[in-house]
Design a protein around this ligand. Structure first.
Ligand SMILES: Cc1ncc(COP(=O)(O)O)c(C=O)c1O
Length: 413
């Protein structure tokens, strides 16, 4: 499958699967700021490459000091890491929870970290009929059964912030809470929602931030965690020395100064996210409200289409979308796409429109008649083998539709 390593944005796997060069895809499967890295990043790469002969600052002092200034919290409450991913892993290793409450669906690395630390999961199902927004009543059973709650704020893949009142209940519950605010920078009034300031002083609250999404530098790896200084010292002691490389530290400092980039990014999103949500809705797709730069939607049941089938069709056209059915709690018609620049979004909508109308026409004309008992992916497989690039179906990438059909009838919802 395309998410062979559990995430979107795997261009090499996509290239093996769909036969296009890795750098030629229009990638809606990972949620980066489409404005690209701020201009300072290029300058740093060009002018500082020789400095990699030196070790980076093991205490990441300059960046911590900048973050401390930006968020008005003590530098002693901040630990910088090699992406938020490192800090998710570290904080779970530190807290060693026996039972962790996780929303379903949510980012898979939380579960991964809990299992690696030998803990168990308590599922907190989010309901489609409540737009996947976490409600107080969803949490009641967790307060008794969990010793840690690990929550996305906003949550991935649903794109929803935790409502203010629920956050307040959470942080006064006496439970330990880790809030992953990896996408918080995309929220225009982030200071109204972020729990960073509380995490700096409260021993039960931890906030993780990523710098890779908003500043579009996933390849450089950069994130930070905010917690009480006692916890930060312990986390630091567990972290691999020089975990944050020299260029990442410089880039982190430079991008924080770029207020113009911040403004432009938020202006772009304020226009583009509602536009794309509206266009997808017009195609008959069920789009979940989102506070951030990605949209979760599902294909209506009557279309008899699974996201895996759509992902494949789109991949062959050079467009990558995220199979959101891989998130526990979502059925096989759920898809997630990043919001990109207008021209790319237009192309996505247009390809989806073409594909859906082609599929609908075939359904209406009885094209699939007599194949009712066949899984639909079988139907698609026959069509592909009849008409095009059979070698791509046998490339051993896990995207082989024969493999997909082994996992069951994809019409199941
Ligand atoms: C919700 C969430 N948290 C954390 C991360 C990891 O981010 P980073 O690139 O900073 O490791 C991701 C990456 O996709 C994510 O979606």
């Amino acid at each position: 499958m395309l998410e062979r390593y559990g995430h979107g944005g795997d261009l090499l796997t996509a290239s093996e699967a769909f036969g296009h060069p890795a750098d030629k895809f229009l990638d809606f499967s990972s949620n980066m700021n489409p404005l690209g890295p701020p201009s300072a990043v290029e300058q740093i790469m060009l002018t500082h490459w020789r400095d990699i002969v030196k070790y980076p600052d093991p205490d990441v002092r300059e960046l911590r000091s900048k973050l401390s200034h930006k968020y008005d919290i003590p530098a002693e409450s901040i630990l910088v890491g090699n992406g938020a991913a490192e800090l998710i892993d570290l904080v779970v290793k530190l807290l060693k929870p026996s039972v962790t409450g996780l929303c379903r669906p949510s980012f898979s690395e939380y579960e991964e970290a809990v299992h690696q630390a030998g803990g168990r999961i308590h599922s907190i199902p989010l309901q489609a009929e409540h737009s996947f927004i976490l409600r107080s009543e969803d949490l009641i059973s967790s307060y008794d059964s969990c010793d840690l709650l690990f929550l996305g704020h906003p949550n991935n893949p649903t794109g929803q912030l935790i409502p203010r009142q629920v956050i307040e209940e959470l942080v006064s519950s006496g439970k330990r809470v880790v809030l992953d605010e990896a996408f918080m920078d995309f929220i225009p009034d982030e200071r109204e929602h972020s729990m960073i300031k509380l995490a700096a002083v409260n021993k039960d609250v931890f906030v993780i931030r990523s710098m890779t999404k908003f500043y579009s530098v996933p390849g450089i790896r950069l994130g930070f965690i905010v917690a009480h200084p006692d916890w930060i010292r312990k986390l630091k002691a567990m972290q691999v020395q020089w975990s944050v490389n020299y260029l990442a530290q410089l880039i982190g400092c430079a991008v924080l100064d770029d207020a113009d980039y911040e403004r432009k990014s938020r202006e772009w999103l304020a226009v583009e996210a509602p536009w794309l949500a509206n266009e997808l809705t017009k195609l008959g797709l069920r789009v979940t409200n989102s506070d951030v730069n990605f949209l979760l939607f599902s294909f209506p049941e009557e279309l008899r289409l699974t996201v895996k089938e759509v992902q494949r069709e789109m991949g062959l056209k050079g467009i990558l979308i995220r199979d959101a059915s891989l998130f526990e709690g979502l059925h096989d018609r759920y898809c997630r796409v990043a919001v990109r620049l207008r021209a790319d979004n237009v192309q996505l909508v247009s390809e989806l429109r073409g594909m859906l109308s082609d599929h609908q026409n075939k359904l209406l004309s009885g094209h699939y008649a007599g194949q009712e008992d066949e899984p639909l992916e079988r139907v698609f497989h026959d069509r592909q083998v009849d008409s095009e690039q059979p070698e791509r179906l046998e490339n051993g990438t896990g995207l082989n539709i024969n493999d997909m059909s082994k996992r069951g009838n994809l019409r199941e919802s």
